[in-house]
Structures are given as C-alpha cells and as structure tokens.
Design a protein around this ligand. Structure first.
Ligand code: PMP
Length: 432
C-alpha cells in the first residue's frame, strides 16, 4: 500500500514549491501512485482506466515488464557518459528507428522533448534551405520552448513576449468547423491552397519549412481531409520549403493503419519529429531526416548532453520491440475501430455529440450545444470529463474552446476496456 504524503500534503507542496502555471485536472485533483498496462491506481488503490496515456506518452502500457527489464539492465551497466564516446545503444537504436521510416529518412538525432525536436527541425530546415520563414497551421501545438511556442497556435500556451520571428499560420484544415466540409472531395486540396496564399501574403516568397502535426492533438484531434498533407507538401516545396511532420502524438502505430500519421495522408516529409510515445514515459525525442539535409547541420557541432543517453536508447529499443511483438499497431486499429463505431452509436443517442473523429487510438469527440449552430459545449465538456473520472475513466480534453474529449489510451487496451469506456460515456452523457 501507498505510504507517501497525502494528496492534500502533495497539493500544498506543489502550491508552495512547484511551477504555478501547471494546472491540475479535476476539481479535486487525483494522485496517481502506480500504473500497470492500461490502468492507473490512486493512493487508496482505486483503479482507473487510462484513456489518455499521460497525454499520449504511454504507448505500450505503464511499467511494461520488457521495457523495465531493458532499462534496468542498462542502468546497471552504464547510465551515461557522453555521446562523444561510442556506445552501442545509440547506434543500434538509430538503425532500428530508421528501419521504420520510408524513403531516404534515415539520419537520427536524439533529444529529450518534443519542443527540442521541433526546435532542431526548424534550425535544420533554415540551415539547409537558407530561407527563414516557416508556415505552421492554426490550432497547432508544437511545444513551449521559444521557437516551438511561435509554431504553436493557441493563445493558452503563448506568453505575451515576442516569439521567434518568421512563423506564419495557415488555415486549419478542419472539415467540421472550417470552410470546406467532409462532403467536399477537394477539401484537402482547397485547404492546402491557403499555404500558397500565406506564403505570398506574409513572406518574400521563399520559405524554410512547412510544419504540421499529422493529426492535431492538443487542438482536439483534428483529422485533415484526405490528400491534405500531400497537397500541402507540394505547395511548401514549390516555395523552397522542407516539410516537417510532427509525429509526437500520431506516430508509433497509434493510427492503426500505419506506423506514422503522415502515411495515412499518402505523403512523405523531409524531416520527422517524434517524442512522447517513442519512449513510453521516458524523456526521449528524436528528429529523423535525410543524409542530404543532415549535411547542412554538419558544418557546426550540434550536441545535446542527454540526447542519445544509453538508458533512453535502451528504453526506445524496447518500445519498438514491444510494439512489434504485441502487434500494438494492429490492436490500435481493431480497438480503435470498435471504439469509433461505439462512439458513433452514442452520437445517435446524445445530441451533445457534434463530431466523432480520429484514427486508430487517437480519437476526439467534439461537444456542441446544438448541432446547427455548433456552439461549443465547453462547460458541459468539463462536466463530462469530471464525471468520467468519478466513474473510473481518465480521458483528455482539448481544442480551442476546450469542448473536445480526447481519447488516446495506451495501445495495449482490450475490447473490455473499450466497452467500459463506452458504458461510462453513455452514462455520463445521459446525466448531462
Ligand atoms: N508536438 C506535439 C504534437 C505535442 O503534442 C507536444 C506536447 N503536447 C509537443 C510537440 C511538445 O512536446 P514536449 O512537451 O515534450 O516538449
């Protein structure tokens, strides 16, 4: 049993000593002291189904035995010196990760967070193209470091200071709220055309990069219309830009049909950034690009003290093995499709559900006050979120108006967990 400080004591310590800008979910915050597979346990031993995977960081399940064994062995052997010395883990992991990539994407850089990965990707694109401007999308989240904050396009995460210059935000390809709906077969192409407009209005006509999440995560699981990224990449390349796919949330098999989110859009980027699920909970992130682009950064030293440390590398390797051995991409497809059809059934019953969307185990349920006006049901969403917790289900929420429930569990969840999730949501929607 748990013997540490009580939740009240932890809250007090947090208030006194921890970053006050981190909010806590739930009116009465929960304390999580243990995790196993797709389940989390609070200080009383109460079990919750983890429908959010620590904001998508836990890909193969909490405290997976094979992942634990790999990191324990590495911890007992050598934790870290410097990547300047040779160690097998970084070399082997880079080869294994590169084997997962299409095309010529095979040079890996290791860092510690998604923000760092995106910073590096932007630097790389600028160094390679010798251009400066970057096109990102409205509603994007790419991190909180100074240059990633500039890419991020939500007031919630942007401080009132000058952001890194040269970032322009193009139209968000949202078929639910945007100009072109899902019934329009050319929606992808039409949204992508706005990238050209943005370049022509806001820049000299030359850009360093276009960056987009393959499915927008924090922004409320916004899935782009078919063909969007393919056309977007064509647009960006026609202005000299490299294409960066932020796979921090959508990668590693979560979409079910493909290992990478961009593959669901039939597009191949020039640079891929990854974090969160890559390490199943450890501070590991990566940037992968082509040998040609990597040369642009080889003119100076790019060094990161902990990036590529043997423990994170061992953990990353174990995560790749477990995804393969346990067929977790396939599981994301099966359970994801099952959950999606269950959510569609719920939407026939509960009119508060405006839209159900997502791929695999990256799902979103957007709540509206009424389906015609699509007025965001933000307060109701917060209520649903709260009541789910009371019934033992933890999920996320997001979107500009905070009215989209986000479901992104560890990829090891079972059908029975999906049934539980749907039953909880049904009960909660009925009570709202
Ligand atoms: N990109 C995406 C798509 C993300 O969701 C996040 C984190 N929410 C980041 C980048 C930034 O990652 P980190 O918090 O590890 O810096």
């Amino acid at each position: 049993p748990y013997t540490g400080p009580s939740p009240e004591e932890i809250l007090l310590l947090r208030k006194q000593y921890v970053n006050p800008a981190i909010f806590h979910y739930y009116k009465k915050p929960i304390t999580i002291v243990e995790g196993k597979g797709q389940y989390l346990f609070d200080e009383t031993g109460r079990r919750y189904l983890d429908g959010f995977g620590g904001i998508v960081t836990v890909s193969v399940g909490h405290c997976h035995p094979e992942v634990l064994a790999a990191t324990q062995l590495q911890n007992e052997t050598i934790q870290h010196t410097t990547t300047i010395y040779l160690n097998p883990q970084i070399a082997l992991y880079a080869k294994e990760l590169a084997a997962k990539m299409p095309g010529d994407l095979k040079v890996c850089y290791f860092v510690n967070s998604g923000s760092e990965a995106n910073d590096l990707a932007i630097l790389m694109a600028r160094a390679y193209t010798q251009n400066y401007d970057v096109i990102a999308l409205r509603n994007a989240y790419h991190g909180g470091s100074p240059s990633a904050m500039a890419l991020t396009s939500h007031h919630t995460w942007k401080f009132n200071v000058p952001h890194s210059h040269g970032v322009h935000h193009a139209m968000m390809p949202d078929t639910y709220r945007g100009l072109y709906g899902s019934a329009d077969p050319d929606a992808g192409k039409k949204y992508a055309a706005d990238i050209g407009e943005t370049v022509r209005f806001a820049t000299s006509g030359k850009i360093a990069a276009f960056i987009a999440e393959s499915i927008q995560g924090v922004g409320g699981t916004v899935v782009f219309p078919d063909g969007y990224l393919k056309h977007a990449y064509e647009q960006a390349r026609s202005f000299g830009g490299l294409c960066i796919a932020d796979e921090v949330q959508a990668g590693f098999g979560r979409t079910g049909t493909h290992f990478w989110g961009f593959e669901t859009q039939d597009a191949i980027p020039d640079i891929v950034t990854m974090a969160k699920g890559i390490g199943n909970g450890c501070p590991l992130a990566a940037v992968v690009t082509t040998p040609e682009i990597a040369q642009a950064l080889a003119t100076r030293i790019h060094f990161n003290t902990f990036g590529g440390n043997p423990v994170s590398m061992a953990q990353g390797r174990a995560v790749l093995r477990v995804i393969e051995q346990e067929h977790l991409q396939q599981n994301s497809l099966e359970i994801g499709s099952y959950l999606t059809s269950g959510l569609h059934k719920l939407s026939q019953k509960h009119t508060i559900i405006g839209d159900v969307r997502g791929k695999g185990l990256m799902l979103g349920v957007e709540l509206v006050k009424d389906r015609d006006s699509k007025a965001p049901a933000s307060a109701e969403c917060a209520e649903v979120f709260e009541r789910c917790k009371e019934l033992g289900l933890l999920i996320g929420k997001g979107g500009l108006y905070g009215n989209t429930l986000r479901i992104k569990p560890p990829m090891c969840i079972h059908r029975a967990d999906a049934d539980f999730m749907l039953a909880v949501l049904d009960e909660v929607f009925s009570s709202i």
